[in-house]
Write a protein that binds this ligand. Structure first.
Ligand code: NAD
Length: 499
Protein backbone atom coordinates (compact mmCIF):
# COMPACT_ATOMS: atom_id res chain seq x y z
CA UNK A 1 0.00 0.00 0.00
CA UNK A 2 1.29 3.49 -0.82
CA UNK A 3 1.83 6.02 1.96
CA UNK A 4 -1.08 8.12 0.67
CA UNK A 5 -3.42 5.12 0.64
CA UNK A 6 -2.42 4.08 4.15
CA UNK A 7 -3.10 7.59 5.46
CA UNK A 8 -6.41 7.86 3.64
CA UNK A 9 -7.56 4.49 5.02
CA UNK A 10 -6.77 5.74 8.54
CA UNK A 11 -9.11 8.71 7.97
CA UNK A 12 -6.61 11.49 7.30
CA UNK A 13 -7.83 14.49 5.32
CA UNK A 14 -5.68 16.79 3.22
CA UNK A 15 -6.07 19.45 5.88
CA UNK A 16 -4.60 17.08 8.51
CA UNK A 17 -1.53 16.47 6.40
CA UNK A 18 -0.62 19.87 5.01
CA UNK A 19 -0.07 23.45 6.04
CA UNK A 20 1.87 22.79 9.23
CA UNK A 21 5.48 23.23 10.30
CA UNK A 22 6.39 19.73 11.49
CA UNK A 23 7.67 17.62 8.60
CA UNK A 24 6.94 13.91 8.99
CA UNK A 25 9.11 11.41 7.13
CA UNK A 26 8.49 7.71 6.63
CA UNK A 27 11.51 5.62 7.65
CA UNK A 28 10.57 3.21 4.85
CA UNK A 29 11.95 5.50 2.14
CA UNK A 30 12.63 8.81 3.85
CA UNK A 31 9.74 10.43 1.94
CA UNK A 32 8.05 13.45 3.48
CA UNK A 33 4.48 12.29 4.03
CA UNK A 34 3.01 15.26 5.87
CA UNK A 35 3.54 18.69 7.36
CA UNK A 36 1.42 18.73 10.46
CA UNK A 37 0.37 21.69 12.56
CA UNK A 38 2.23 22.07 15.84
CA UNK A 39 0.63 23.21 19.07
CA UNK A 40 1.46 26.81 19.93
CA UNK A 41 3.21 27.03 23.33
CA UNK A 42 0.99 30.01 24.10
CA UNK A 43 -2.04 27.69 23.95
CA UNK A 44 -0.72 25.28 26.57
CA UNK A 45 -2.22 27.05 29.64
CA UNK A 46 -5.69 26.94 28.05
CA UNK A 47 -5.25 23.27 27.11
CA UNK A 48 -4.23 22.43 30.68
CA UNK A 49 -7.14 24.50 32.10
CA UNK A 50 -9.55 22.57 29.87
CA UNK A 51 -8.14 19.33 31.23
CA UNK A 52 -8.67 20.56 34.80
CA UNK A 53 -12.30 21.43 33.94
CA UNK A 54 -12.80 17.96 32.46
CA UNK A 55 -11.33 16.49 35.64
CA UNK A 56 -13.96 18.13 37.83
CA UNK A 57 -16.68 16.33 35.90
CA UNK A 58 -14.92 13.03 35.13
CA UNK A 59 -13.84 12.32 38.73
CA UNK A 60 -17.49 12.10 39.80
CA UNK A 61 -18.50 9.65 37.06
CA UNK A 62 -18.63 6.15 38.61
CA UNK A 63 -15.57 4.12 37.67
CA UNK A 64 -17.52 1.31 35.92
CA UNK A 65 -19.16 3.97 33.74
CA UNK A 66 -15.72 5.40 32.99
CA UNK A 67 -14.78 1.86 32.04
CA UNK A 68 -17.54 1.93 29.43
CA UNK A 69 -15.61 4.61 27.51
CA UNK A 70 -12.54 2.41 27.53
CA UNK A 71 -14.63 -0.57 26.41
CA UNK A 72 -15.82 1.50 23.44
CA UNK A 73 -12.24 2.54 22.70
CA UNK A 74 -11.30 -1.15 22.62
CA UNK A 75 -14.16 -1.83 20.19
CA UNK A 76 -13.12 1.02 17.91
CA UNK A 77 -9.51 -0.18 18.01
CA UNK A 78 -10.58 -3.68 17.02
CA UNK A 79 -12.44 -2.23 14.05
CA UNK A 80 -9.48 -0.03 13.01
CA UNK A 81 -6.66 -2.46 13.83
CA UNK A 82 -5.36 -2.90 10.29
CA UNK A 83 -5.54 0.77 9.38
CA UNK A 84 -3.78 1.95 12.54
CA UNK A 85 -1.19 -0.84 12.28
CA UNK A 86 -0.40 0.33 8.74
CA UNK A 87 0.23 3.88 10.00
CA UNK A 88 2.58 2.48 12.66
CA UNK A 89 4.45 0.70 9.86
CA UNK A 90 4.49 3.83 7.70
CA UNK A 91 5.67 6.21 10.42
CA UNK A 92 7.78 4.05 12.78
CA UNK A 93 8.95 1.49 10.19
CA UNK A 94 7.75 -1.58 12.10
CA UNK A 95 7.12 -4.73 10.09
CA UNK A 96 3.41 -5.33 9.47
CA UNK A 97 3.05 -8.03 12.11
CA UNK A 98 4.67 -5.84 14.77
CA UNK A 99 2.56 -2.82 13.75
CA UNK A 100 -0.56 -4.95 14.21
CA UNK A 101 0.88 -6.38 17.43
CA UNK A 102 1.21 -2.89 18.82
CA UNK A 103 -2.47 -2.19 18.15
CA UNK A 104 -3.36 -5.54 19.71
CA UNK A 105 -1.52 -4.39 22.82
CA UNK A 106 -3.80 -1.32 22.88
CA UNK A 107 -6.84 -3.58 22.68
CA UNK A 108 -5.48 -5.81 25.45
CA UNK A 109 -4.91 -2.90 27.85
CA UNK A 110 -8.45 -1.64 27.15
CA UNK A 111 -9.82 -5.06 28.14
CA UNK A 112 -7.68 -5.00 31.27
CA UNK A 113 -8.81 -1.48 32.19
CA UNK A 114 -12.50 -2.29 31.68
CA UNK A 115 -12.17 -5.10 34.25
CA UNK A 116 -10.16 -2.80 36.50
CA UNK A 117 -12.96 -0.23 36.46
CA UNK A 118 -14.91 -2.59 38.75
CA UNK A 119 -11.89 -3.53 40.86
CA UNK A 120 -10.57 -0.21 42.14
CA UNK A 121 -10.49 -1.14 45.79
CA UNK A 122 -8.42 -0.50 48.88
CA UNK A 123 -7.78 -2.37 52.10
CA UNK A 124 -9.68 -2.42 55.33
CA UNK A 125 -7.27 -2.31 58.22
CA UNK A 126 -7.60 -3.51 61.81
CA UNK A 127 -7.79 -0.51 64.14
CA UNK A 128 -6.17 -0.61 67.59
CA UNK A 129 -9.06 1.46 68.95
CA UNK A 130 -12.39 -0.15 69.92
CA UNK A 131 -15.38 0.89 67.82
CA UNK A 132 -13.17 2.17 65.01
CA UNK A 133 -12.76 1.07 61.44
CA UNK A 134 -9.86 1.93 59.13
CA UNK A 135 -9.81 1.69 55.38
CA UNK A 136 -8.17 3.20 52.37
CA UNK A 137 -9.98 4.80 49.46
CA UNK A 138 -8.56 5.53 46.01
CA UNK A 139 -9.51 8.81 44.36
CA UNK A 140 -8.71 10.29 40.94
CA UNK A 141 -5.59 12.48 41.01
CA UNK A 142 -6.02 14.89 38.11
CA UNK A 143 -4.76 15.52 34.57
CA UNK A 144 -2.15 13.05 33.37
CA UNK A 145 0.44 14.12 30.79
CA UNK A 146 1.62 11.28 28.58
CA UNK A 147 4.90 11.98 26.77
CA UNK A 148 5.79 9.13 24.43
CA UNK A 149 8.76 7.86 22.39
CA UNK A 150 8.84 7.10 18.67
CA UNK A 151 9.37 3.36 19.00
CA UNK A 152 6.04 2.47 20.62
CA UNK A 153 4.11 5.36 19.14
CA UNK A 154 0.63 4.19 20.16
CA UNK A 155 0.84 1.34 22.71
CA UNK A 156 2.46 3.44 25.44
CA UNK A 157 -0.26 6.08 25.12
CA UNK A 158 -2.91 3.38 25.52
CA UNK A 159 -1.21 1.82 28.57
CA UNK A 160 -1.46 5.18 30.27
CA UNK A 161 -4.75 6.39 28.86
CA UNK A 162 -6.82 3.27 29.46
CA UNK A 163 -5.75 3.23 33.11
CA UNK A 164 -5.92 7.00 33.63
CA UNK A 165 -9.47 7.17 32.23
CA UNK A 166 -10.89 4.45 34.46
CA UNK A 167 -9.00 5.99 37.39
CA UNK A 168 -10.85 9.28 36.71
CA UNK A 169 -7.99 11.31 35.20
CA UNK A 170 -8.08 13.30 31.93
CA UNK A 171 -5.13 12.83 29.57
CA UNK A 172 -2.96 15.23 27.57
CA UNK A 173 -0.77 13.34 25.08
CA UNK A 174 2.44 14.66 23.65
CA UNK A 175 3.76 12.07 21.18
CA UNK A 176 7.28 11.99 19.77
CA UNK A 177 7.82 14.68 17.16
CA UNK A 178 8.90 11.78 14.90
CA UNK A 179 5.49 10.07 15.10
CA UNK A 180 2.64 12.60 15.23
CA UNK A 181 0.56 10.80 12.59
CA UNK A 182 0.07 7.61 14.60
CA UNK A 183 -1.06 9.86 17.47
CA UNK A 184 -3.49 11.75 15.24
CA UNK A 185 -4.86 8.45 13.89
CA UNK A 186 -5.33 7.16 17.46
CA UNK A 187 -7.15 10.36 18.42
CA UNK A 188 -9.56 9.88 15.52
CA UNK A 189 -10.35 6.44 16.97
CA UNK A 190 -10.68 7.93 20.48
CA UNK A 191 -13.06 10.59 19.12
CA UNK A 192 -15.31 7.85 17.74
CA UNK A 193 -15.40 6.15 21.15
CA UNK A 194 -16.13 9.48 22.87
CA UNK A 195 -18.97 10.19 20.46
CA UNK A 196 -20.57 6.82 21.13
CA UNK A 197 -20.11 7.31 24.89
CA UNK A 198 -22.10 10.51 24.61
CA UNK A 199 -21.54 12.65 27.67
CA UNK A 200 -17.82 12.67 28.41
CA UNK A 201 -16.59 16.16 29.35
CA UNK A 202 -14.95 18.19 26.61
CA UNK A 203 -11.16 18.04 26.75
CA UNK A 204 -11.07 14.66 28.50
CA UNK A 205 -8.43 13.40 26.07
CA UNK A 206 -6.31 15.97 24.26
CA UNK A 207 -3.39 15.77 21.87
CA UNK A 208 -0.59 18.33 21.63
CA UNK A 209 1.99 18.17 18.87
CA UNK A 210 5.54 19.42 19.09
CA UNK A 211 9.00 18.89 20.51
CA UNK A 212 10.51 19.13 23.99
CA UNK A 213 9.22 22.69 24.60
CA UNK A 214 5.61 21.52 24.41
CA UNK A 215 6.49 18.61 26.69
CA UNK A 216 8.11 20.99 29.16
CA UNK A 217 4.93 23.04 29.46
CA UNK A 218 3.29 19.88 30.86
CA UNK A 219 6.33 18.92 32.92
CA UNK A 220 6.41 22.30 34.69
CA UNK A 221 2.67 22.80 35.27
CA UNK A 222 1.38 22.34 38.82
CA UNK A 223 -2.01 21.73 37.22
CA UNK A 224 -0.74 18.44 35.78
CA UNK A 225 -0.15 16.20 38.80
CA UNK A 226 0.94 13.11 36.84
CA UNK A 227 3.63 13.11 34.14
CA UNK A 228 4.22 9.78 32.48
CA UNK A 229 7.32 10.15 30.31
CA UNK A 230 8.71 7.43 28.07
CA UNK A 231 11.99 7.91 26.24
CA UNK A 232 15.70 8.20 26.70
CA UNK A 233 17.50 8.39 30.01
CA UNK A 234 18.74 11.80 28.85
CA UNK A 235 15.13 13.04 28.66
CA UNK A 236 14.20 11.41 31.98
CA UNK A 237 17.11 13.10 33.72
CA UNK A 238 15.58 16.46 32.75
CA UNK A 239 11.91 15.61 33.23
CA UNK A 240 12.11 13.61 36.50
CA UNK A 241 13.70 16.32 38.69
CA UNK A 242 11.51 19.06 37.21
CA UNK A 243 8.31 17.19 38.01
CA UNK A 244 9.63 16.29 41.47
CA UNK A 245 10.63 19.93 42.16
CA UNK A 246 6.97 20.96 41.95
CA UNK A 247 5.87 17.83 43.88
CA UNK A 248 4.20 16.25 40.85
CA UNK A 249 4.22 12.51 40.31
CA UNK A 250 6.55 11.31 37.54
CA UNK A 251 6.15 7.89 35.96
CA UNK A 252 9.43 7.37 34.12
CA UNK A 253 9.91 4.65 31.49
CA UNK A 254 13.42 5.18 30.18
CA UNK A 255 16.20 3.36 28.39
CA UNK A 256 17.21 -0.25 28.90
CA UNK A 257 20.33 -2.34 28.35
CA UNK A 258 18.83 -5.77 28.54
CA UNK A 259 20.77 -9.00 28.90
CA UNK A 260 20.32 -12.73 28.53
CA UNK A 261 22.42 -15.23 30.45
CA UNK A 262 22.75 -18.54 28.63
CA UNK A 263 23.77 -21.34 30.99
CA UNK A 264 25.42 -24.63 30.00
CA UNK A 265 22.15 -26.57 30.46
CA UNK A 266 20.15 -24.21 28.19
CA UNK A 267 18.12 -25.48 25.25
CA UNK A 268 20.35 -23.76 22.69
CA UNK A 269 17.97 -24.00 19.75
CA UNK A 270 15.26 -22.31 21.75
CA UNK A 271 17.75 -19.73 23.02
CA UNK A 272 18.80 -18.92 19.45
CA UNK A 273 15.19 -18.28 18.43
CA UNK A 274 14.61 -16.08 21.48
CA UNK A 275 17.86 -14.18 20.91
CA UNK A 276 17.16 -13.45 17.27
CA UNK A 277 13.62 -12.22 17.95
CA UNK A 278 14.60 -10.03 20.88
CA UNK A 279 17.85 -8.62 19.44
CA UNK A 280 16.66 -8.08 15.88
CA UNK A 281 12.88 -7.57 16.20
CA UNK A 282 11.78 -3.94 15.64
CA UNK A 283 15.31 -3.52 14.22
CA UNK A 284 16.66 -3.46 17.79
CA UNK A 285 14.54 -0.40 18.61
CA UNK A 286 12.58 -1.70 21.59
CA UNK A 287 13.34 -0.47 25.08
CA UNK A 288 13.44 -4.18 25.95
CA UNK A 289 15.56 -5.27 22.95
CA UNK A 290 18.25 -7.77 23.81
CA UNK A 291 21.57 -5.91 23.78
CA UNK A 292 23.91 -8.12 25.83
CA UNK A 293 24.37 -11.86 25.61
CA UNK A 294 26.25 -13.37 28.56
CA UNK A 295 27.04 -16.93 27.50
CA UNK A 296 28.82 -19.62 29.51
CA UNK A 297 32.34 -20.11 28.17
CA UNK A 298 31.65 -23.81 27.46
CA UNK A 299 28.90 -22.99 24.94
CA UNK A 300 29.78 -19.47 23.85
CA UNK A 301 31.53 -20.28 20.57
CA UNK A 302 28.86 -22.77 19.58
CA UNK A 303 26.11 -20.24 20.34
CA UNK A 304 27.83 -17.43 18.43
CA UNK A 305 28.32 -19.72 15.41
CA UNK A 306 24.58 -20.57 15.42
CA UNK A 307 23.68 -16.89 15.72
CA UNK A 308 26.01 -15.76 12.95
CA UNK A 309 24.38 -18.39 10.74
CA UNK A 310 20.86 -17.31 11.70
CA UNK A 311 21.70 -13.63 11.18
CA UNK A 312 23.08 -14.32 7.70
CA UNK A 313 19.65 -15.25 6.37
CA UNK A 314 17.59 -12.50 8.02
CA UNK A 315 15.39 -10.71 5.46
CA UNK A 316 16.09 -6.96 5.77
CA UNK A 317 13.85 -4.63 3.79
CA UNK A 318 10.49 -3.02 3.23
CA UNK A 319 8.50 -3.54 6.45
CA UNK A 320 5.25 -3.79 4.46
CA UNK A 321 6.39 -7.04 2.81
CA UNK A 322 5.19 -10.15 4.63
CA UNK A 323 8.60 -11.83 4.30
CA UNK A 324 10.60 -9.02 5.93
CA UNK A 325 11.79 -9.51 9.50
CA UNK A 326 14.06 -6.46 9.84
CA UNK A 327 12.66 -3.10 8.77
CA UNK A 328 14.45 0.25 8.67
CA UNK A 329 15.89 2.25 11.53
CA UNK A 330 13.89 5.36 12.37
CA UNK A 331 16.27 7.65 10.47
CA UNK A 332 19.80 8.10 9.16
CA UNK A 333 20.94 9.58 12.48
CA UNK A 334 20.12 6.25 14.15
CA UNK A 335 22.18 4.42 11.53
CA UNK A 336 25.14 6.77 12.11
CA UNK A 337 24.93 6.18 15.87
CA UNK A 338 24.93 2.42 15.22
CA UNK A 339 28.01 2.68 12.99
CA UNK A 340 29.90 4.78 15.51
CA UNK A 341 29.03 2.34 18.35
CA UNK A 342 30.37 -0.53 16.23
CA UNK A 343 33.51 1.48 15.48
CA UNK A 344 34.04 2.07 19.21
CA UNK A 345 33.39 -1.60 19.99
CA UNK A 346 36.05 -2.53 17.43
CA UNK A 347 38.53 -0.13 19.02
CA UNK A 348 37.81 -1.74 22.40
CA UNK A 349 38.86 -5.12 21.01
CA UNK A 350 35.51 -6.35 19.72
CA UNK A 351 35.02 -8.71 16.77
CA UNK A 352 32.04 -7.59 14.69
CA UNK A 353 29.82 -9.81 12.55
CA UNK A 354 27.39 -7.98 10.20
CA UNK A 355 26.36 -4.40 10.91
CA UNK A 356 26.82 -3.08 7.38
CA UNK A 357 24.47 -0.67 5.67
CA UNK A 358 22.05 -2.44 3.30
CA UNK A 359 21.48 -0.58 0.05
CA UNK A 360 20.22 -3.16 -2.42
CA UNK A 361 16.85 -4.90 -2.37
CA UNK A 362 15.47 -2.26 0.00
CA UNK A 363 13.49 0.93 -0.66
CA UNK A 364 15.88 3.77 -1.40
CA UNK A 365 16.00 6.61 1.13
CA UNK A 366 15.49 4.45 4.26
CA UNK A 367 18.19 3.57 6.82
CA UNK A 368 18.51 -0.20 6.44
CA UNK A 369 21.21 -2.18 8.27
CA UNK A 370 22.34 -5.74 8.82
CA UNK A 371 21.88 -6.55 12.52
CA UNK A 372 25.29 -6.89 14.19
CA UNK A 373 26.88 -9.29 16.66
CA UNK A 374 29.89 -7.92 18.55
CA UNK A 375 32.04 -10.40 20.49
CA UNK A 376 33.59 -8.35 23.28
CA UNK A 377 36.59 -9.00 25.51
CA UNK A 378 34.89 -7.20 28.44
CA UNK A 379 31.86 -5.10 29.40
CA UNK A 380 33.29 -1.84 28.06
CA UNK A 381 31.73 1.64 28.08
CA UNK A 382 30.19 1.00 24.68
CA UNK A 383 28.50 -2.17 25.95
CA UNK A 384 27.20 -0.32 28.99
CA UNK A 385 25.58 2.36 26.77
CA UNK A 386 22.16 1.86 25.14
CA UNK A 387 22.58 2.30 21.37
CA UNK A 388 19.09 2.19 19.87
CA UNK A 389 19.92 -0.20 17.03
CA UNK A 390 20.32 -3.96 16.43
CA UNK A 391 23.71 -4.56 18.05
CA UNK A 392 24.13 -7.65 20.23
CA UNK A 393 27.25 -7.61 22.41
CA UNK A 394 28.50 -11.05 23.48
CA UNK A 395 30.39 -11.68 26.71
CA UNK A 396 31.53 -14.93 28.37
CA UNK A 397 31.29 -16.12 31.97
CA UNK A 398 32.52 -18.96 34.16
CA UNK A 399 30.11 -19.10 37.11
CA UNK A 400 26.57 -17.81 37.66
CA UNK A 401 27.58 -15.25 40.28
CA UNK A 402 29.91 -13.65 37.74
CA UNK A 403 27.17 -13.70 35.08
CA UNK A 404 24.65 -12.01 37.39
CA UNK A 405 27.26 -9.41 38.38
CA UNK A 406 27.87 -8.63 34.68
CA UNK A 407 24.14 -8.51 33.97
CA UNK A 408 23.64 -5.98 36.79
CA UNK A 409 26.75 -3.90 36.11
CA UNK A 410 25.10 -1.37 33.77
CA UNK A 411 23.35 1.90 34.61
CA UNK A 412 19.97 0.70 33.27
CA UNK A 413 17.63 -1.86 34.90
CA UNK A 414 14.73 -2.65 32.58
CA UNK A 415 14.61 -6.26 31.41
CA UNK A 416 16.66 -9.44 31.76
CA UNK A 417 16.45 -13.18 31.32
CA UNK A 418 18.21 -16.49 31.76
CA UNK A 419 18.11 -19.60 29.63
CA UNK A 420 18.72 -22.62 31.83
CA UNK A 421 17.14 -25.97 32.65
CA UNK A 422 18.67 -25.83 36.11
CA UNK A 423 16.06 -24.87 38.69
CA UNK A 424 18.62 -23.57 41.19
CA UNK A 425 20.06 -21.20 38.60
CA UNK A 426 16.62 -19.99 37.50
CA UNK A 427 15.47 -19.29 41.06
CA UNK A 428 18.77 -17.60 42.00
CA UNK A 429 18.41 -15.34 38.96
CA UNK A 430 14.94 -14.22 40.12
CA UNK A 431 15.93 -13.95 43.80
CA UNK A 432 16.91 -10.88 45.83
CA UNK A 433 20.53 -11.64 44.95
CA UNK A 434 19.74 -12.07 41.26
CA UNK A 435 18.77 -9.73 38.44
CA UNK A 436 18.25 -6.11 39.56
CA UNK A 437 15.81 -5.37 36.71
CA UNK A 438 12.07 -4.64 36.71
CA UNK A 439 11.60 -7.67 34.45
CA UNK A 440 13.41 -11.00 34.93
CA UNK A 441 12.38 -13.93 32.72
CA UNK A 442 13.31 -17.61 32.50
CA UNK A 443 13.59 -19.33 29.12
CA UNK A 444 11.97 -16.34 27.38
CA UNK A 445 13.72 -13.34 25.86
CA UNK A 446 13.62 -9.91 27.53
CA UNK A 447 11.20 -8.28 25.06
CA UNK A 448 7.55 -8.78 24.15
CA UNK A 449 5.93 -8.29 27.55
CA UNK A 450 2.22 -8.96 28.08
CA UNK A 451 0.04 -6.20 29.49
CA UNK A 452 -1.02 -8.22 32.57
CA UNK A 453 2.23 -7.58 34.43
CA UNK A 454 3.54 -4.24 35.67
CA UNK A 455 6.02 -2.90 33.11
CA UNK A 456 9.09 -0.81 33.92
CA UNK A 457 12.56 -0.90 35.38
CA UNK A 458 14.99 0.30 37.99
CA UNK A 459 18.06 2.56 38.12
CA UNK A 460 18.34 4.82 35.06
CA UNK A 461 15.25 3.18 33.56
CA UNK A 462 13.43 5.45 35.99
CA UNK A 463 11.49 3.23 38.43
CA UNK A 464 8.06 3.78 36.85
CA UNK A 465 5.52 1.00 36.38
CA UNK A 466 2.73 0.98 33.80
CA UNK A 467 0.19 -1.44 32.38
CA UNK A 468 -0.91 -4.42 34.50
CA UNK A 469 -0.80 -5.61 38.12
CA UNK A 470 -1.41 -2.63 40.46
CA UNK A 471 0.26 -0.02 38.22
CA UNK A 472 -3.11 1.81 38.29
CA UNK A 473 -2.31 3.08 41.77
CA UNK A 474 0.14 5.61 40.27
CA UNK A 475 -2.83 7.37 38.63
CA UNK A 476 -4.78 7.83 41.87
CA UNK A 477 -4.40 9.34 45.31
CA UNK A 478 -4.71 7.11 48.33
CA UNK A 479 -6.78 8.29 51.25
CA UNK A 480 -6.68 6.60 54.64
CA UNK A 481 -10.01 6.82 56.46
CA UNK A 482 -10.58 6.15 60.16
CA UNK A 483 -14.22 5.98 61.21
CA UNK A 484 -15.25 6.06 64.88
CA UNK A 485 -18.64 4.40 65.39
CA UNK A 486 -18.29 4.27 69.21
CA UNK A 487 -19.39 6.84 71.80
CA UNK A 488 -15.81 7.20 73.07
CA UNK A 489 -12.84 9.10 71.73
CA UNK A 490 -9.80 6.94 72.49
CA UNK A 491 -6.46 8.15 71.13
CA UNK A 492 -3.97 5.95 69.33
CA UNK A 493 -0.76 4.80 71.03
CA UNK A 494 -2.51 5.09 74.42
CA UNK A 495 -2.09 8.87 74.52
CA UNK A 496 -4.19 10.58 77.24
CA UNK A 497 -5.51 14.08 76.60
CA UNK A 498 -8.43 14.57 78.99
CA UNK A 499 -10.13 17.95 78.97
P1 NAD B 1 13.52 10.75 23.40
O1 NAD B 1 13.98 10.83 24.82
O2 NAD B 1 14.33 11.42 22.37
O3 NAD B 1 12.04 11.35 23.28
C1 NAD B 1 10.96 10.82 24.00
C2 NAD B 1 9.89 11.88 24.20
O4 NAD B 1 10.36 12.84 25.15
C3 NAD B 1 9.53 12.67 22.94
O5 NAD B 1 8.14 12.87 22.92
C4 NAD B 1 10.27 13.98 23.14
O6 NAD B 1 9.72 15.07 22.46
C5 NAD B 1 10.15 14.15 24.64
N1 NAD B 1 11.13 15.04 25.26
C6 NAD B 1 12.44 15.14 24.99
N2 NAD B 1 13.02 16.04 25.80
C7 NAD B 1 12.04 16.54 26.61
C8 NAD B 1 12.00 17.52 27.64
N3 NAD B 1 13.08 18.18 28.02
N4 NAD B 1 10.81 17.76 28.24
C9 NAD B 1 9.70 17.08 27.88
N5 NAD B 1 9.68 16.16 26.89
C10 NAD B 1 10.83 15.89 26.26
O7 NAD B 1 13.36 9.18 23.08
P2 NAD B 1 13.09 8.46 21.66
O8 NAD B 1 14.31 8.50 20.84
O9 NAD B 1 11.78 8.91 21.09
O10 NAD B 1 12.84 6.94 22.16
C11 NAD B 1 13.83 5.99 22.38
C12 NAD B 1 14.15 5.85 23.85
O11 NAD B 1 12.97 5.57 24.59
C13 NAD B 1 15.08 4.70 24.15
O12 NAD B 1 16.02 5.11 25.11
C14 NAD B 1 14.16 3.63 24.70
O13 NAD B 1 14.81 2.67 25.51
C15 NAD B 1 13.19 4.45 25.46
N6 NAD B 1 11.92 3.76 25.67
C16 NAD B 1 11.63 3.30 26.92
C17 NAD B 1 10.47 2.58 27.15
C18 NAD B 1 10.13 2.04 28.51
O14 NAD B 1 8.98 1.67 28.71
N7 NAD B 1 11.07 1.96 29.45
C19 NAD B 1 9.56 2.38 26.10
C20 NAD B 1 9.87 2.88 24.82
C21 NAD B 1 11.06 3.58 24.63
Amino acid sequence: MSHADALKAAGFTERDLAGGTLAVHSPIDGAEVARVRETDSADMPAIIAKSQEAFKAWRTVPAPRRGELVRLLGEELRAAKEELGAVVTLEAGKITSEGLGEVQEMIDICDFAVGLSRQIYGLTIASERPGHRMMETWHPLGPCAVITAFNFPVAVWSWNTALALVCGDPVIWKPSEKTPLTAMASMKIMERALKRFGDAPEGLVQLVIGGPAIGEALVDSREVPIVSATGSTRMGAIVGPRVAARFGRPILELGGNNAMIVAPSADLDMAVRAIVFSAVGTAGQRCTSLRRLIAHNSIRDDLVAKLVKAYASLPVGDPRKSTTLVGPLIDHGARDRMQSALEKARSEGGTIHGGRTVASGVPQGGAYVEPAIAEMPAQTDTVRTETFAPILYVLGYEDLEEAIALQNDVPQGLSSCIFTLNMREAETFMSAAGSDCGIANVNIGPSGAEIGGAFGGEKETGGGRESGSDAWKAYMRRQTNTVNYSAELPLAQGVKFDI
